[in-house]
Design a protein around this ligand. Structure first.
Ligand SMILES: *Cc1c(COP(=O)(O)O)cnc(C)c1O
Length: 380
């Protein structure tokens, strides 16, 4: 399917109309086990639903097609996918390079859990190829990046970082949650593993938690499949169905997220209450040139820093009416949050701590005039 356009794959990959009924959508196969024709005689390749379920299999094939990858695996959450990727590739004594502004939950898992299993980590700026190279040690097995990062929207040069990782015998993992496969295709750019929190843009409607791992490497995929079954952090068939349903509109939603974000960025850049607008599409953004080479557009996430420090940030978050004050991102509705106190509270005191005057916007697909008016009244 990889020769078809992105949105064609999003709508069709993973499931053909059901031969028995003509149903155009994959059914929610609410079955934990599958009848066998004689011992070991599997009818459709399924035996027990932790190992595999047809609704999940459709989602997994779709996820692989979206990322132009060979293998996709779906998980119960983005963190479950992250956990699986780490456990499949790291052993006690190994080392991992992580972004110095990593997703809070990723940092927490590596710093608070994997550390106790003998995995060492070094934070480095993903925007600096030299800093990442310098952070690599002889025992580095993974270079883990996000691009754009969360919440500072720094840009990592995927092909350059793949080269640096591979030269050291390490693999490059890209958490592609913020960009989505519509805007950026890390496997095509040299990454070995793509991670998603499908909870965000892929699901797109803030109604389901999920995660995914996509790779072209059959050995890695076999390791993921072993742990997916062996540890069991799988999504149920209803979750898989909802995620697949969301994915079908990913392309049109992302274009609207980007349109709205661009308009808001232009508005916010002119506000005296705002000390800095952070958006990879801005000419002054240090990652703009790299983003242009690897992203179709610049995404729906916008961060701002405000004059007046933490108080101003808290007030702004409290005053919006169309923007909902909530964690998470990537849904059709616009969200606002204060990373230092919310999503990134676990990074306090570490090198990953975020500025207290920072506010993160997940720009939704509402009418942009209403979003503008809301930000205007909240800032006044
Ligand atoms: C949300 C998120 C995760 C974790 O995903 P969950 O689905 O919440 O477990 C990982 N990485 C990024 C960039 C995220 O935004």
């Amino acid at each position: 399917m990889s020769e078809l356009g992105f949105s064609t794959r999003a709508v069709h990959a993973g499931f053909d109309p059901d031969p028995h009924t003509g149903a155009v959508n994959v059914p929610i196969y609410a079955s934990s086990t599958f009848a066998q024709d004689g011992v070991g005689g599997l009818r459709g390749g399924f035996e027990y639903a932790r190992t595999g379920n047809p609704t999940r299999a459709a989602l997994e094939a779709n996820l692989a097609a979206l990322e132009s990858g060979r293998h996709g695996r779906a998980f119960a959450s983005g963190m479950a996918a992250t956990d699986c990727a780490l456990r499949a590739t790291l052993r006690p004594g190994d080392h991992i390079v992580i972004p110095d502004d990593a997703y809070g939950g990723t940092f927490r898992l590596i710093d608070k859990v994997f550390r106790h299993w003998g995995i060492d980590h070094s934070p480095a700026a993903v925007s600096s190829v030299d800093e990442i190279r310098a952070a690599i040690r002889p025992n580095t097995k993974l270079v883990w990046i996000e691009t754009p990062t969360n919440p500072l929207l720094n840009i990592g040069d995927i092909p350059a970082l793949a080269e640096v990782a591979h030269a050291a015998g390490a693999k490059l993992v890209v958490d592609n949650t913020f960009a989505t496969p519509y805007l950026q295709q890390p496997l095509e750019l040299g990454a070995d593993i793509v991670v998603h929190s499908t909870t965000k843009y892929l699901g797109g409607h803030s109604d389901v938690i999920g995660g995914a791992l996509i790779t072209n490497d059959p050995e890695l995929d076999a390791a993921f499949a072993f742990l997916q079954n062996g540890a069991g952090a799988v999504p149920g068939p209803f979750d898989a169905f909802l995620t697949l349903r969301g994915i079908k509109t990913l392309g049109v939603r992302m274009d609207r997220h980007c349109d709205n974000a661009e308009t808001l960025v232009e508005f916010l850049s002119r506000q005296p209450a705002v000390s800095q607008v952070i958006y990879p599409g801005l000419p002054e953004h240090p990652g703009r040139a790299v983003a242009e080479t690897q992203m179709r557009r610049f995404g729906g996430m916008v961060s701002v820093r405000l004059h007046g420090d933490v108080e101003a940030a808290r007030k702004f978050c409290a005053r919006t009416e169309v923007f909902t004050l909530a964690e998470s991102l990537g849904g059709v509705e616009s969200l606002i949050e204060h990373p230092a106190a919310m999503t990134h509270a676990s990074t306090e005191g570490s090198r990953l701590e975020v500025p207290a005057d920072l506010v993160r916007l997940s720009v939704g697909i509402e009418d942009v005039g209403d979003l503008l008016a809301d930000l205007e009244q909240a800032l006044s």
